[in-house]
Write a protein that binds this ligand. Structure first.
Ligand SMILES: Cc1cc2nc3c(=O)[nH]c(=O)nc-3n(C[C@H](O)[C@H](O)[C@H](O)COP(=O)(O)OP(=O)(O)OC[C@H]3O[C@@H](n4cnc5c(N)ncnc54)[C@H](O)[C@@H]3O)c2cc1C
Length: 322
C-alpha cells in the first residue's frame, strides 16, 4: 500500500509535469505524465521510474543485463527505466509509448544475447526500458498439472516454486536459472528435458499479452495464430507477454547428473564424432550436452581443449550411456 507521503509526492510531480509547457517537457516528463494520468493505481515515482540522473539508474540498467558490450558508455542509454507494479501499468506504458512515438524495449530476464531488451534498435532514437522484474508471481496448480508464471519471474524461480509443491513435477525449459520467463519462452526455450518433452514453448497452455492498442488478450481472445507466433517468434514483435501458463510434466524424484571430461589427447574428437552418429538413438531419458573449454595440459604451458560431457539421466531404471 502506498503511503500518504509518497502519494502526495506522486500527485505533486504529476501536477508539476502537467503545468510545464509541452515543448519544454522531456520524454521522461511526458511519459511520466501520461502514465500517471491513465493508470488505475497511482505509481510510486521514486521506485517505478528511474532516469539517467537518478542514483540507482546504472545499477538498475545493469541488474539483469548479460551482454557487457551493450553497457559500455558508447552505447546509448534509455531515457528512462519504467518498472511497473501491475498489469495495468504495462497496458498504459504501451499506449503512452505509442502516443509519444517513443521506442519501448521490453525486458524480463535481460539474457538477450544482443542486449535487445535494453538497447535501442534504431541509432540515436530515444527509448524507454519497460523492466518487468516486479511482475514475477508464480502460481502452481498441481491438480491441473499447470502453473502461471509472470514474465518477470526467472525460470529458476518457476522450477523452485514447482519443486516446493511436488518432487515429481517439472517444466521443460532452459538450463540457466536466471533466464526470464518472459523472453525465454518467446524464443523456444530448450533445456535438459527437451529430448523427452520438447521445448518450453511446446509446453505452454495459455498466455496473457498486452497488444499495441493496450488490450490484454489470453489464448482464446488472441486466437491460435498469434498464440502460435509468440511461442518461438519472439514476443516483443507482437506485444508484451504478461504471463505464461505452462504444462507441468512428470519427472523422477531422483535425477543423476555426472560430467565426463576428455581432452583432445584422450580422444575427445573421436568421442564427439561418434556421438553425432548415435545421439538420436540414445534413450530419451538421457540428456547429454557438450561444453568445449580451453585448458592447460598437465606440467606444460601449452593449451588443450576439454570437451566435457555433463550427462543427466532422468530415470533410474533406464540403461546408461557407455
Ligand atoms: C547465460 C545465458 C544462458 C542461456 N541459456 C539458455 C538455455 O539454456 N536455453 C535456451 O533456450 N536459451 C538460453 N539462452 C537464451 C535465452 O533463452 C534468450 O536470450 C531469451 O530471449 C532470454 O529471455 P530473457 O527474458 O531472459 O531476456 P530479455 O533480454 O529480457 O528478453 C529477450 C528478448 O525477448 C523480449 N522480451 C523480454 N520479455 C518480454 C515480454 N515479457 N514480452 C515480449 N517480449 C519480451 C526482449 O525485448 C528481447 O527481445 C541463454 C542466454 C544466456 C545469456
Amino acid at each position: 500500500m502506498e503511503s500518504p507521503t509518497s502519494f502526495l509526492l506522486t500527485l505533486t510531480l504529476a501536477i508539476l509535469a502537467l503545468s510545464l509547457p509541452t515543448s519544454s517537457q522531456t520524454i521522461q516528463d511526458k511519459f511520466y505524465q501520461c502514465i500517471t494520468l491513465n493508470s488505475e493505481l497511482s505509481i510510486p515515482f521514486s521506485t517505478a521510474f528511474s532516469a539517467p540522473d537518478n542514483a540507482s539508474f546504472t545499477a538498475l540498467l545493469e541488474s539483469s543485463a548479460q551482454n557487457l558490450r551493450c553497457l559500455v558508455s558508447a552505447v546509448p542509454k534509455p531515457e528512462l527505466i519504467f518498472t511497473p507494479y501491475t498489469e495495468n501499468h504495462v497496458q498504459v506504458a504501451v499506449t503512452c509509448a505509442k502516443d509519444l512515438g517513443v521506442q519501448l524495449r521490453v525486458r524480463s530476464g535481460g539474457h538477450d544475447y544482443e542486449g535487445l531488451s535494453y538497447i535501442s534498435t534504431a541509432a540515436n532514437e530515444p527509448f524507454i526500458v519497460l523492466d518487468l522484474s516486479r511482475l514475477r508471481a508464480v502460481t502452481v496448480d498441481l491438480k491441473n498439472n499447470s502453473a502461471w508464471a509472470q514474465a518477470g519471474a526467472t525460470v529458476g524461480e518457476l522450477y523452485y516454486r514447482i519443486s516446493q509443491r511436488s518432487k515429481t513435477h517439472g517444466y521443460a525449459a532452459g538450463l540457466c536459472p536466471s533466464l526470464g520467463v518472459g523472453g525465454h519462452i518467446t524464443g523456444g526455450a530448450y533445456g535438459t528435458m527437451m529430448r523427452k518433452y520438447g521445448l518450453g514453448a511446446d509446453n505452454v497452455i495459455d498466455a496473457r499479452i498486452v497488444v499495441a492498442d493496450g488490450r490484454i488478450l489470453d489464448r482464446e481472445s488472441m486466437g491460435e495464430d498469434l498464440f502460435w507466433a509468440i511461442r518461438g517468434g519472439g514476443g516483443a514483435s507482437f506485444g508484451v507477454i504478461l504471463a505464461w501458463k505452462v504444462k507441468l510434466v512428470p519427472v523422477p524424484e531422483t535425477v543423476t547428473v555426472f560430467t565426463v571430461p576428455k581432452t583432445l589427447e584422450q580422444g575427445a574428437t573421436q568421442i564427439l564424432y561418434k556421438w553425432q552418429h548415435i545421439a538420436d538413438n540414445i534413450d530419451d531419458d538421457l540428456f547429454v550436452r557438450v561444453i568445449i573449454q580451453p585448458a592447460k595440459t598437465t606440467g606444460k604451458d601449452e593449451r588443450t581443449s576439454i570437451p566435457t560431457l555433463p550427462l543427466m539421466k532422468q530415470s533410474e531404471e533406464k540403461s546408461m550411456m557407455h
